[in-house]
Design a protein around this ligand. Structure first.
Ligand code: ATP
Ligand code: MG
Length: 400
């Protein structure tokens, strides 16, 4: 049985003048994905995007295509529809044989029809009445409820075929990827930062990622874990560039020259300086972190201000007001949780102070900072950059 996929717009519909830009982005992203899965036609009509398989293989791969459609930001709902010949006899047969099994468990329904082909012999209310009758006949216990139905059965009579569907699955929501400009995500191997990246991507921010390692204090496996997290995010972003910098030298110098309780804060200032410079290089208009207020010593308001004061672009912290439990829920939903909880070390856990400062004074921080040549060390760290392009389809590539 041939099926098509219907994708419903969310907020995008409200976007007035920008609407056509948004729609164009979403169509392009769907087409890019469709090309990887098989031979599909992707087209727009009446506030819905249709994905139609054009050969047998594409019909067989419809589940993979559905998965892809569910990861494109901007669509709130995605449903599968049966496509069949445009005559009442065939339509009713499909309702009874193919649609009815999908309606099991629903208590009430209503039938709706739309006729874009005005030459079709029956009018919409008559189509609905016949389809409703067929549902009542073939689904045991189901009742009609036109006011508040559990599920709506829809029939569309289109130019070439009729589409029949019921219910919809949740789409990715948000606004189209790339419609809000670019942002630089500080990606560690933890639970929080991938979630922060996902949340901003959902608000249209095209992501660039930066990761800090501290080899040999952190292992090659720890870096692989971060690239794996990046790969998981590409379910939404298609590709993600990860810039890896070494903090080894800086960490050793800090260990030998700074008061232990300021160690983490100083490290974060270096991270921020390097990130800021990279952000400017890649036209990123914001920096994104997975910080959550009060979660650890470096995430108190005072500590956050110590890193905040360094940048001239905003730092987005989408998790700032969230509990760990809620963050974990999203991590599970987007499929990063398992990887995040693999037990590899992060550079933040190398030489961790026993009693980190939770209420640091900026003056004291600056005094610590001046014990080393901050700018020179940032320059040196910048020379350790390695850039890896991670793609949803295909292998990672190192970029020159
Ligand atoms: P996460 O779960 O994201 O690792 P966390 O709760 O462990 O966060 P911290 O280690 O204090 O918190 O880090 C706060 C934020 O700083 C992270 O969410 C991330 O955005 C950034 N960060 C921390 N370590 C790194 C790293 N090694 N490379 C890049 N960014 C990092
Ligand atoms: Mg961490």
């Amino acid at each position: 049985m041939k099926e098509v996929i219907l994708c419903k717009y969310g907020e995008v519909i409200l976007k007035g003048a920008n609407r056509s830009d948004f729609e164009a982005k979403m169509l392009k992203q769907l087409r890019q994905r469709a090309r990887r899965v098989g031979n599909y036609s992707v087209f727009y009509s009446q506030s819905t995007v249709y994905i139609e398989p054009l050969d047998e293989e594409a019909i067989e791969n419809i589940d993979e295509m559905l998965y892809q459609a569910k990861h494109v930001f901007g669509f709130v709902g995605v449903s599968r529809a049966f496509a069949c010949e445009k005559n009442m006899e065939t339509i009713l047969q499909v309702v009874k044989n193919d649609l009815a099994p999908r309606l099991k468990g629903y208590k009430s329904f209503k039938a709706e029809s739309k006729r874009s082909d005005k030459k079709f012999p029956l009018k919409s209310p008559d189509i609905s009445a016949e389809v409703g009758g067929a549902v009542l006949e073939s689904v045991r216990g189901i009742k009609v409820d036109v006011k508040n139905p559990d599920v709506v059965v829809r029939v569309e009579i289109r130019e070439h075929e009729a589409y029949i569907h019921a219910g919809q699955e949740k789409g990715a929501g948000g606004i189209p990827y790339g419609s809000s400009g670019r942002g630089l995500l500080l990606l560690s191997g933890g639970i929080d930062s991938p979630v922060a990246g996902y949340m901003m991507a959902k608000r249209g921010v095209q992501l660039e990622a930066i990761h800090f390692e501290s080899f040999p204090y952190t292992s090659e496996r720890a870096k692989e874990k971060v690239l794996e997290l990046a790969k998981e995010l590409t379910a939404y972003t298609m590709r993600l560039r990860v810039h890896v910098f070494s903090l080894t030298k800086i960490q050793e110098l800090l260990r030998d020259n700074c008061e232990e309780e300021y160690f983490t804060l100083m490290l974060r200032r270096y991270m921020m300086a390097i990130s800021l410079r990279l952000a400017h290089q890649y036209d990123c208009e914001a920096i994104i972190t997975g910080e959550s207020l009060g979660q650890v010593a470096s995430q108190t308001m005072k500590a956050i201000n110590v890193t905040n004061s360094m940048t001239d672009i905003p730092i987005f912290r989408p998790l700032i007001g969230m509990d760990k439990e809620d963050i974990v829920k999203i991590a599970r939903q987007i499929g990063t949780f398992e990887t995040s909880t693999l037990p590899y070390e992060d550079c933040c856990t190398v030489f961790t102070p026993r009693h980190p400062r939770t209420r640091p004074e900026l003056e004291k921080v600056i005094e610590q900072q001046n014990r080393l040549d901050f700018d020179a060390l940032v320059n040196e760290a910048f020379a350790t950059r390695e850039t890896i392009v991670v793609k949803q389809f295909g292998d990672n590539k190192t970029e020159e």
